[in-house]
Design a protein around this ligand. Structure first.
Ligand code: ZN
Length: 319
C-alpha cells in the first residue's frame, strides 16, 4: 500500500503545501495565502482544510498519510511543535504542532523553515543524503540549517543553526535581532544592497553609480549583473561580502566538518559569480583538511525545498 507524506512550508505571504510519495515524487503542490495579524491563528485550520481538499481531489485517504511535516519562520521548538516566536506572523508560544495534530489526527513534526529547506536539499536536491551538511540561505535575511549524522540540529530551545546571527563585526550595523554586525547584515540581499550603496558614492566610474542615481536604490541582483559586465567596483563589493561569508562558513566547518556546503535562497541565483569568490575566501580561512573533505554547491530545489524537507521530516520519523 502506497503511503504519503504531507509537506508544509509556512512563509510570511504564502503557505506552500505538497503531497509527496515516500520515494520523493511530488504528486501535488500548491500555495495558499498566509493570514496575518489577528487572523494568523487561523493558519493551522487553513492548512488542514486545504490539505483535505487536495487529498480528496487526488483520491488519497488521509489515513494513508504518514504525517505532516511543517516548517515555520521564527524560533521553533521542534520537540513540542510550539512556535516560541514568529514576528511576521504575530505568533508567541503558539502550539502549531498540537493544533495541527488535533485537526488531522496525524503525527505532526515542526521545524524552523531554514532547517526543513536543508533537509529537503539533502534528500532530493544538492545534498545527496550527506551525513554532515551545512546549508546557508541567502535571501532578505540569512538562514541556516545544519545536519549532523543525518539529523537536523535544533538545539535546546530551537536556536541551533541560526547562522545569520553569528557576530561578524562587533562594531557593525544594527541587525533585526537587536545586536550589531550579524552575518545577516552583510551577506543577505539587503546587506549586499546596503554595502553597494555605500560603495558607489565613492566610485563614480562604476556602472552601478548611474543606476543608483536613476533608481534611488540598488539590489543584490544589480551588483551581480554588474559583475557579469566586468565592473571592478561590483566585483570588489562581492569579494568583500564573500570574504565575510567565507570566514563565517570556515568557522562553522571547524565545528561540523561537513561533506557538503549548500548555498540557497534568492542571492544564490548568481551561481558561479557567487561561488568562486566564496570558495576562495573559504580556502583562505578554513583548515586544509576540512577544505579537502568538503564541496560547495548551489541549492537545486528552489521553492520546493521546504515542502520536500517537511515530507522528509515525516519520513525520517518512520525508521
Ligand atoms: Zn542578528
Amino acid at each position: 500500500m502506497t503511503k504519503y507524506l504531507l509537506g508544509v512550508d509556512i512563509g510570511g505571504t504564502t503557505i506552500k503545501l505538497g503531497i509527496i510519495s515516500e520515494t520523493g515524487d511530488i504528486l501535488d503542490k500548491w500555495e495558499i495565502t498566509t493570514q496575518t495579524g489577528e487572523q494568523s491563528d487561523r493558519i493551522p485550520h487553513d492548512i488542514w482544510a486545504s490539505l483535505m481538499e487536495h487529498l480528496e481531489a487526488n483520491n488519497i485517504d488521509q489515513y494513508d498519510c504518514l504525517g505532516i511535516g511543517a516548517g515555520a519562520p521564527g524560533f521553533v521548538v521542534a520537540d513540542t511543535g510550539d512556535i516560541a516566536q514568529a514576528v511576521n506572523l504575530g505568533w508567541m508560544d503558539f502550539p502549531l504542532g498540537d493544533i495541527l495534530h488535533d485537526l488531522s489526527g496525524l503525527p505532526v513534526y515542526i521545524e524552523n523553515d531554514a532547517n526543513i529547506a536543508a533537509l529537503g536539499e539533502n534528500w532530493l536536491g544538492s545534498g545527496g543524503l550527506a551525513e554532515n551538511l551545512v546549508m546557508i540561505t541567502l535571501g532578505t535575511g540569512v538562514g541556516g540549517g545544519i545536519i549532523v549524522s543525518g539529523k537536523i540540529v535544533s538545539g535546546t530551545n530551537g536556536m541551533a543553526g541560526e547562522i545569520g546571527h553569528m557576530t561578524m563585526d562587533v562594531h557593525g550595523v544594527k541587525c533585526n535581532c537587536g545586536r550589531n554586525g550579524c552575518l545577516e547584515t552583510i551577506a543577505s540581499a539587503t546587506g549586499i544592497a546596503r554595502i553597494a550603496q555605500e560603495h558607489v558614492e565613492k566610485h563614480p566610474e562604476s556602472v552601478l553609480t548611474p543606476l543608483y542615481e536613476k533608481k534611488g536604490r540598488l539590489t543584490a541582483k544589480d551588483v551581480f549583473d554588474a559583475v557579469k559586465e566586468k565592473d571592478q567596483v561590483a566585483q570588489d563589493i562581492v569579494n568583500r561580502v564573500m570574504d565575510t561569508l567565507g570566514l563565517a562558513i570556515s568557522n562553522i566547518t571547524t565545528i561540523v566538518n561537513p561533506y557538503k556546503i549548500i548555498v540557497g535562497g534568492g542571492v544564490s541565483k548568481a551561481g558561479q559569480a557567487l561561488l568562486e569568490p566564496l570558495e576562495l575566501a573559504f580556502k583562505r580561512y578554513a583548515l586544509p583538511r576540512i577544505v579537502e573533505g568538503s564541496t560547495f554547491e548551489i541549492a537545486k530545489l528552489g521553492n520546493d525545498a521546504g515542502i520536500i524537507g517537511g515530507a522528509y521530516l515525516v519520513k525520517q520519523h518512520q525508521s
